[in-house]
Design a protein around this ligand. Sequence first.
Ligand SMILES: [Zn+2]
Length: 74
Amino acid sequence: MTTEAFSRMQPFVLKALTAVKRRHCAAPNYAPDAPVADQIACPKCGGRLNYTVDTKGMTSARCASAGCVKWSLQ
Ligand SMILES: [Zn+2]
């Protein structure tokens, strides 16, 4: 992820990313014991935001709505 990409990250992405990290990447391991695939309500459109978390704590997500919140490996 480049610095430029981060600066253009939308507030909704940061909000959803924070929610996922809080749920699955808490101290002390900052990563789940097993890979996670789940969904939360999209903070932007209220739709389904499907996400995955690997055992290194890297998360990827994509909203069910086209052109909405998504990110990979953050
Ligand atoms: Zn959405």
